[in-house]
Design a protein around this ligand. Sequence first.
Ligand code: COA
Length: 333
Amino acid sequence: MRHSRIAGLGFHVPDRIVTNDDLSRWMETSDEWIRKRTGIEERRWVEGDVGPAELAEPAARKALAEAGIDAAQLDLIIFATLSPDINFPGSSCLLQARLGVPGVATLDIRNQCTGFVYALAVADQFIRTGMMQRILVVGGEVHSSGLDISTRGRDVTVIFGDGAGAAVLTAAEDKDQGRVLLDHKLHADGSQHDILMVKAPASGLNPRLTQEMLQNGDHYPHMVGQAVFKQAVVRFPEVITEVLAANGYTPADIGLLIPHQANLRISEMVARLLHLDPDRVYNNIQRYGNTTAASIPIALTEAVAEGRAKPGDLVVLAAFGAGLTWGANLIRW
Ligand code: COA
């Protein structure tokens, strides 16, 4: 039976650090409010015209270098993002051009905070069937250019950061090689798409963007924060338990949980509900904010570099976000 293994990891964030105090100069907020409600201390925001494909390039090159693979050897590039560089074509095409590998297949995934979890599951299927051997999976976002930095947007704007993370998956015949993807569980509930969304520009509106929409701030993200929070603390434990149970495990078997970095309070509550000690849950939202599809590959890369995932550990990646979408990947490290 063929499996996929994570042969390389990498991430890249912009140099510019935006602290909570910086934000409180532009809007009515405070370091105390942001830390207490979200755990976030600072985030990285791009300067000038930088899109997610540009952030993804160094992340991808690091992951390829660790895997010992040349970009030209890739069969597919999957790019998970909710903030594509342009409306079309997808950021996977732009990243492929940056890597200079015409001919390599590309695919964009639009599943918001759960994008990387879905992308890993999709990549794993191509490798398991034998159709492909080497796949680059990227999560990359630039939020900062699409946030309302006035007090009107403060509930959303303080949460989000920019960044990119990447994993290179290769085919493995032997499960014991480690870093092997075991299973995935994926879910969605589109009936609640409006509790976290950007309304405009929209193909379903004619015209797609008006001066009135701009004045209303319809081009900025809108979130019913408490509704998102309440769903998240149910769906995270549910899908983590589901992927474990399907493989004969329980939360007690988790070596390391890497939750999508939505909000430190959500991650802490999920850990409590699953009876996991804090040392078995990785969090870096304090330094990067919520980078949606990029948060899991950034956190996984840092966790591995810090030695938090030991060979043989059961590692669970789990996410919840707009869509609504949620899911989990089970990995034997
Ligand atoms: N700074 C200061 N005050 C703020 C603020 C900010 N950045 N954002 C909102 N407030 C104010 C509100 O205006 C409100 O004031 P009021 O009581 O005078 O009306 C008050 O704080 C409470 O707002 P509320 O929205 O009820 O706060 P909350 O306790 O729900 O916390 C979130 C807000 C966004 C931190 C919280 O709902 C959350 O984390 N939700 C999940 C978000 C998430 O994870 N999103 C990503 C999905 S993957």
